[in-house]
Design a protein around this ligand. Structure first.
Ligand code: DGJ
Length: 756
């Protein structure tokens, strides 16, 4: 280790940026060791020089519970062996334990054999050898950042590793800037640029959680022992995808829902992506992730830079449940554009009417929806061009002349007169070959020379990487929102990328995989800027675009086209692992369910949908007066508790949702909302008492009047007040959990903490 080569400005203070917050602390004289502190964790980064070279490795030397600066210094030096205090000990380059697993961005080059997070080819040489340039602490308003700049020894390549810690979150954000610094053209091909790699410390064994799935079956929780080897989740579809979601949580062997250390990583990107977790046989695990997928190459012109999306990591010691709550808070506070707002109850007729939308019938549904208490009325697919089915008109974004001869203004004026906001479905990235747009601009779609243009759902994908496509979309969306005074857009995307090329660009085809997504973000941001009151819902044929990238620009997301409440329970369970309830759109639809044919009581459907942003997607013209009355009461009850559900701390109370007795609990200030479900009414096995979590043990809680409009919440009702400690140690015994009764019973139990 030659610290003299790390030319850090010696005048830098030891504690940056604000002494009292201690979020960024220089740990050594040379400025090669830094502690980044969140409220409950410490992340130590060290720059080490490989013996006999000027090549450096930037290492994650610690990530875990909060440490004092002197303990962080010790932790960084620890594994080097007794007596070694140099801090460089971890940068061993032996066969037994390559250091690359602990690097923040292991490159393809040097003594490395693992999954490269950065792979660049310059002048036919696919290998990087990076040396240290400088380190820059950056003070931001309520966050601190450390930028470490490296450069290749021979090629004009600069790499900046950015790490940000926030004052109010245990989530750490990282990203990378890659620069081609040549003034004359040299061929720089980027075949991999991850946002960063995170090292999960050695453990005797690991347990992981992730979600997998398919269309209409998104968000299925996959968990178990992390195998030795490389576990990759990916999307090659140009969207986040239904098959996996870009996050993983990893704990030790005895981690549980509410106890144990968990290291979690999530990527904020909505195009194709890859996340690989490598568990080495010699110990240690690393997660690396980024945009793009293998085989896609990016050419970096001289003077250009490529900035990755953010990758976020969180350490916590309160199990998977605490980890989820940490992410929920971060998403609400730091990612969503309007995270603190209460989301309205919406009505959408897609399942009721399909493409058959007409002004009189939509208005009649709007009247019924308003009578139930809906606050936002959304017209879905079928309102534009000549769209009578899925075979035409995407791209022709003007009102369907036969269905809406007088346009949509009258309908939305009627909707507003009923006291509801106005919302519309759009699919800006799609085009039907049978559309005026395609007839005029056949070159605007993703395509390759001499290749077919395969259709899916009879549509193609517009190439949003093209500035003229992006600008065209922004203009018509802007006009539509302004003309109709829209409060909300459901932004759908039903067509994964194929034949993804841009022949007349003069650039590599592969640039579309990244620039398309960037321009979607740009369009959403610009639209919001022009219409600050506009709210957006992300959708991609169900839950194909739910991630921390799109949530920077949208307010909620549609998790699945499958609205069967029993199936939805498993999807919503998966979604809840990372995403808060206020981003999860959930509808009550008809029974039997259109997707599954399963019949369920209205009450069960409501209770499942109340676990997110409640919506109604049923054909209300077919509901009986009794059903309408019951629904109205449920909507009213939801409104009384929605702040707690959408913004409170969420506890998953055990039981496999949709399969056996399960419960969900939300706590905000003095309100506690408990949703309990029992899909198999007379199942004898399983708990009957439900122990609550996260209450104040010394406070008294009472069952709030009207908390359960359809029956007492079991033995709890017998007493009027209970200590939090009792509710946590003994629990409540919900009537819906009694072992003899009908299938699909559910309750909402509302408790209030007595002040004082
Ligand atoms: C797919 C969405 O997931 C549905 O909710 C609906 O909007 C259809 N597209 C409309 O085509």
């Amino acid at each position: 280790m030659d610290s003299a080569r790390l030319s850090v400005d010696a005048s830098l203070p030891w504690t940056l940026c604000m002494e009292d917050r201690m979020s960024l602390v220089r740990l050594d004289h040379a400025g090669r060791l830094w502690a980044l502190n969140t409220p409950h964790s410490t992340y130590v980064i060290g720059v080490a020089v490989a013996a006999g070279t000027d090549e450096v490795a930037v290492l994650q030397q610690y990530w875990g519970a909060s440490l004092t600066p002197s303990a962080a210094r010790e932790a960084a030096a620890m594994p080097a062996g007794p007596g070694n205090s140099s801090g460089a000990g971890r940068h061993e380059t032996s066969f037994s334990r390559p250091a690359e697993i602990e690097e923040l961005l292991p490159v393809d080059g040097g003594l490395r054999w693992g999954v490269p997070a950065l792979q660049v080819t310059v002048d036919r040489v696919r290998s990087l050898e990076l040396r240290f340039v400088r380190v820059d602490p950056v003070c931001e308003d309520d966050a601190d950042r450390l930028d470490i700049t490296l450069e290749d020894r021979a090629f004009p390549i600069e790499v900046v590793l950015h790490t940000r810690v926030y004052t109010d979150s245990d989530v750490i954000a990282r990203w990378v800037t890659l620069r081609h610094r040549a003034t004359r053209e040299t061929a720089v091909k980027v075949s991999r640029l991850d946002s960063g790699s995170w090292f999960v410390p050695d453990a005797e064994d690991y347990r992981y959680r992730a979600v997998c799935g398919a269309w209409a079956e998104e968000g299925q929780l996959q968990q178990g022992r992390l195998p030795v080897g490389e576990l990759t989740f990916t999307s090659r579809q140009g969207i986040t995808g239904h098959h996996a979601n870009p996050w993983i949580m990893i704990g030790g062997p005895d981690v549980g829902e509410e106890h144990g250390e968990v290291w979690s990583v999530a990527l904020a990107w909505s195009g194709s992506w890859r996340m690989t977790t490598t568990r080495r046989p010699e110990g240690g695990t690393a997660v690396t992730a980024g945009f793009g997928h293998e085989g896609v190459r990016w050419t970096l012109p001289a003077g250009a830079e490529l900035v990755t999306p953010m990758i976020l990591g969180r350490y916590g010691a309160d199990g998977f449940g605490g980890t989820s709550r940490g992410w929920h808070d971060h998403v609400r506070r730091r990612i969503l554009p309007a995270g603190d707002e209460d989301r309205p109850v919406l009505y959408n007729s897609w399942e009721a009417t399909g493409f058959e939308v007409t002004a009189p019938e939509q208005l009649s549904l709007a009247r019924r929806a308003a009578a139930l208490g809906a606050e936002l009325f959304v017209v879905d697919d079928g309102w534009f061009g000549r769209r009578d089915d899925e075979h035409s008109s995407l791209g022709d974004w003007w009102p369907h002349r036969k269905r809406f001869p007088d346009g949509l203004r009258g309908l939305f004026d009627g909707v507003r007169a009923l006291g509801m906001g106005a919302g519309l479905w759009v699919e800006p990235e799609a085009v039907s070959p049978d559309s005026d747009l395609y007839r005029v601009h056949p070159d605007w779609v993703l395509h390759l020379e001499n290749r077919r243009r395969d259709r899916k759902r009879d549509q193609l994908v517009l190439n949003f990487a093209r500035a003229e496509v992006r600008d065209w979309a922004l203009e018509w969306l802007d006009r539509l929102v302004a003309d109709l005074r829209l409060d909300y857009l459901k932004w759908d995307m039903n067509r994964p990328f194929t034949q993804a090329g841009w022949p007349d660009s003069g650039r590599s085809h592969d640039c579309v995989w990244i620039e398309h997504t960037r321009h979607i973000f740009h369009t959403m941001a610009a639209l919001r800027d022009r219409h600050p009151g506009l709210r957006l819902e992300a959708c991609a044929g169900g839950g194909g675009r739910l991630d921390l990238g799109i949530l920077h620009y949208t307010d909620q997301a549609w998790p699945s086209d499958n609205t069967d409440p029993v199936d939805r329970q498993t999807t919503q369970h998966g979604v809840s692992q990372l995403y808060p309830a206020n981003v999860m759109s959930t509808w009550v639809t008809d029974s039997p369910n259109a997707n599954t044919g399963r019949s369920t009581p209205l009450r069960y459907r409501f209770h499942v949908a109340m676990a997110g942003v409640l919506g109604i997607g049923a054909d209300l013209s077919r509901w009986s007066p009794e059903e309408l009355e019951e629904a109205g009461a449920m909507v009213e009850q939801y409104k009384a508790v929605r702040r707690t559900i959408q913004h409170g701390r969420q506890y998953r109370l055990g039981g496999r949702p949709g399969v056996e007795r399960s419960g969900l609990q939300y706590v905000l200030d003095d309100q506690v909302v408990v949703l309990v479900y029992n899909p198999r009414g007379n199942a004898k096995s399983g708990p009957r008492w439900l122990r609550l979590i996260g209450l104040d043990p010394d406070a008294l809680y009472e069952v709030a009047a009207g908390g359960d409009p359809h029956g007492a919440p079991g033995r709890l009702a017998a007493a009027s007040r209970w200590h939090g400690s009792t509710l946590m140690a003994v629990g409540v015994r919900p009537t819906a959990w009694e072992p003899i009764g009908a299938d699909y019973r559910s309750d909402l139990i509302l408790l209030r903490r007595i002040p004082g």
